[in-house]
Design a protein around this ligand. Structure first.
Ligand code: NAD
Length: 505
C-alpha cells in the first residue's frame, strides 16, 4: 500500500501549503497509511512563540474594537473557503491522520458548521440585565474579548478541534496561536493558508496576527502554557498532558480549557433494540480505528442479552473492511503509529492476564504496508471492570462486562476516573430518564439509543473528572473566550448603598 505522491502534491497545492526547503529546521509529517513522509513544515522555537504572543497581543488591541458582527463576517468568508476546499482538506486529514474519506470530509464539515454557528453568535454575545435592589439603579452584564487564545490540539481531530476554538475566539474578539499535534502538521498549515485567503477578501480591517501556527513538540506547547500573554489556554489531548498543563496555567492565574481523555461506556439493557445497539456500538468502537476521544471502550450489557448482542457484534466485526482509508468502502483505517500499536498489544496482553477472552486485535496487511499499523478491532470479554478497563488505551479495544441490576450497571459505568461520553440502549422510559438524571451517567455527554461518538457542534462538548471539565463548541461555550463585567449605573441623585448600609459623611 502506497500513497501516490501525485495525490499529496495536488492536495497541498490546492490548499496553498508550501513546504520549506531542506536547509530550514523542519518537522516531517508521516502518513499512517504507508509510513512514508508527506512533507515538512518549519519548526518554531520557544523564542519565536514569545514573538507570536507579542504579535497576537497587538492584534487583540485592534480586533477587540471591531464590532462583533463584522468579526463574524471574517468567519463567514473562512467558511466559504472551507466549503470550496472541503474535498482537499478532508483528503489531507485522511492522509495525515489515517481517517477514512467520509470521516475526513466530516471533520471539515464540522469546521463549516462551527463557522456558521459562530457567525450567528456574533450577533448574540448577550449579557443580562439584572434587577437592582437600589432605587434609580440599573445592573447589567457585559462580555468583552478576553485576549490571546492559545490552542494545543491532538492528532485525532487535526482540524475540527482547532476550528471549534478558532471560530468562537475570533468572533469573540481574540487572536489565536495554535500548536497542532506534531503528528498532523500539514493540516494545520492548510487551515492557516485557507484563512489567509479569507483575510485577503476581508480587507484591511483585520490586524496581522489573528491566526498563527507554532509548530513543534511539547516545548513549543509549554512556551504557550507559561506565557502570561496567553489569556486562555485551550488544550486537547491525553489526561497526562492536561495534568502537566493545567497546574502551570493556574500557577500564573491564566484560564485553561481542558479536553482530555475519555473511557466511554455504553449500557445495553434487556429491552434494547439489539440491531440498533449493534450498529451504534460498532461505529463508536471501531470508527477512526478506535482513536476518538469519544470511542466506546466499555460495553456493559445485561446478562440476558449478552450472548445475542455479542453474536451480532462478532458478526459485524468479521465483515469490517480494514485497509487504505482513501479507498471507497474502507471502514477502518490504520493506527497513527507504531507506539499506538504497541500500546494496543500491551493492553490486550494485560487484559488476558486479568482474565479476558480476546477476539481479534491482530496486526493485518503487514506485508502490504510494513511501515504502517493496521489492526483487527478487538473485543475483550472481561470477568469484570479490571484495571486495564479503567484506563484509556487509544486503540479499537471494546471491553465487555455484564450486569444484572440497573443500579449495578450505573455504578460500574461511573466508577472510572474519566467522564466524557456515555450512552444507554433501552426501550424502558424509566431507565432512559434515570440515565440522564442527577443519579445517572456522570459524563459531559449522555445519550439514549445512539452511540457515544459523533457529536453535533450545537451542543457544548466536553467531559467531567479527568476529562478536564472544559466545554467547547455550541451552547454557551463562547463564554470561555470572553471576560464578564458586572456594571451598575446610578441614574438617581442619591447614593443608596447595597444591603442598606449607612455611611453618612
Ligand atoms: P497527547 O496528549 O500526546 O498530545 C496532545 C497535544 O499536547 C500535542 O499537540 C502535544 O504536542 C501536546 N503536549 C503534550 N504534552 C505537553 C505538555 N507537557 N505541554 C504542552 N503541550 C503538550 O495526545 P494525542 O496522542 O495527540 O491525542 C490523543 C488523546 O487526546 C487521547 O487521550 C484522547 O482521548 C484525547 N482527546 C481528547 C479530546 C476531547 O475533546 N476530550 C479530543 C481529542 C483527543
Amino acid at each position: 500500500m502506497k500513497v501516490e505522491r501525485d495525490i499529496v502534491d495536488r492536495t497541498l497545492a490546492e490548499l496553498g501549503v508550501e513546504c520549506p526547503g531542506p536547509q530550514e529546521p523542519g518537522l516531517v509529517s508521516v502518513s499512517p497509511i504507508d509510513g512514508a513522509p508527506l512533507g515538512r513544515v518549519r519548526m518554531h522555537t520557544a523564542a519565536e512563540v514569545a514573538g507570536m504572543v507579542e504579535t497576537a497581543r497587538q492584534a487583540y488591541a485592534a480586533w477587540r474594537l471591531v464590532p462583533a458582527p463584522r468579526r463574524g463576517e471574517l468567519i463567514r468568508l473562512y467558511a466559504d473557503e472551507l466549503r470550496a476546499h472541503k474535498q482537499a482538506l478532508g483528503r489531507l486529514v485522511s492522509l495525515e491522520a489515517g481517517k477514512i474519506i467520509s470521516e475526513g470530509q466530516g471533520e471539515v464539515q464540522e469546521m463549516v458548521d462551527i463557522c456558521d454557528f459562530a457567525l450567528g453568535l456574533s450577533r448574540q454575545l448577550h449579557g443580562l440585565t439584572i434587577a437592582s435592589e437600589r432605587p434609580g439603579h440599573r445592573m447589567m452584564e457585559t462580555w468583552h474579548p478576553l485576549g490571546v487564545v492559545g490552542v494545543i490540539s491532538a492528532f485525532n481531530f487535526p482540524v475540527a478541534v482547532w476550528s471549534w476554538n478558532f471560530a468562537l475566539a475570533i468572533v469573540c474578539g481574540n487572536p489565536v496561536i495554535w500548536k497542532p499535534s506534531e503528528k498532523t502538521l500539514l493540516a494545520a498549515q492548510a487551515c492557516l493558508a485557507l484563512f489567509g485567503r479569507a483575510l485577503r477578501r476581508y480587507g484591511d480591517e483585520a490586524p496581522a496576527g489573528l491566526a498563527q501556527v507554532a509548530q513543534g513538540g511539547r516545548e513549543v506547547g509549554e512556551a504557550l502554557v507559561d506565557d502570561p500573554g496567553v489569556a486562555l489556554l485551550s488544550a486537547t489531548g491525553s489526561t497526562a498532558m492536561g495534568r502537566a498543563v493545567g497546574p502551570r496555567v493556574a500557577a500564573r492565574f491564566g484560564r485553561s480549557l481542558l479536553e482530555l481523555g475519555g473511557n466511554n461506556g455504553v449500557i445495553v439493557a434487556p429491552s434494547a433494540d439489539l440491531e440498533l445497539a449493534c450498529r451504534g456500538i460498532v461505529f463508536a468502537a471501531v470508527g477512526t480505528c478506535g482513536q476518538r476521544c469519544t470511542t466506546t471502550r466499555r460495553l456493559i450489557v445485561h446478562a440476558d442479552v449478552r450472548e445475542a448482542l455479542l453474536a451480532r457484534l462478532r458478526q459485524a466485526y468479521a465483515h469490517l473492511s480494514i485497509g487504505d482509508p482513501l479507498a471507497s468502502g474502507t471502514l477502518v483505517g490504520p493506527l497513527i503509529d507504531a507506539a499506538a500499536f504497541d500500546a494496543m498489544q500491551a493492553a490486550l496482553r494485560e487484559a488476558v492476564s486479568q482474565g479476558a477472552v480476546v477476539h481479534g486485535g491482530r496486526r493485518v496487511l503487514e506485508r502490504k504496508a510494513p511501515k504502517a499499523y493496521y489492526v483487527e478491532p478487538a473485543i475483550a470479554e472481561m470477568p469484570g471492570q479490571t484495571d486495564v478497563v479503567r484506563r484509556e488505551t487509544f486503540a479499537p479495544i471494546l471491553y465487555v462486562m455484564s450486569y444484572r441490576e440497573y443500579d449495578e450497571a450505573i455504578a460500574m459505568h461511573n466508577e472510572v476516573s474519566q467522564g466524557l461520553s456515555s450512552a444507554i440502549f433501552t426501550n424502558d422510559l424509566r431507565e432512559a430518564e434515570s440515565f440522564l438524571s442527577a443519579a445517572g451517567s456522570d459524563c459531559g455527554i449522555a445519550n439514549v439509543n445512539l452511540g457515544t461518538s459523533g457529536a453535533e457542534i450545537g451542543g457544548a462538548f466536553g467531559g467531567n473528572k479527568e476529562t478536564g471539565g472544559g466545554r467547547e463548541s455550541g451552547s454557551d461555550a463562547w463564554k470561555n473566550y470572553m471576560r464578564r463585567a458586572t456594571n451598575t449605573v446610578n441614574y438617581s441623585r442619591q447614593l443608596p448603598l447595597a444591603q442598606g448600609v449607612k455611611f453618612d459623611i
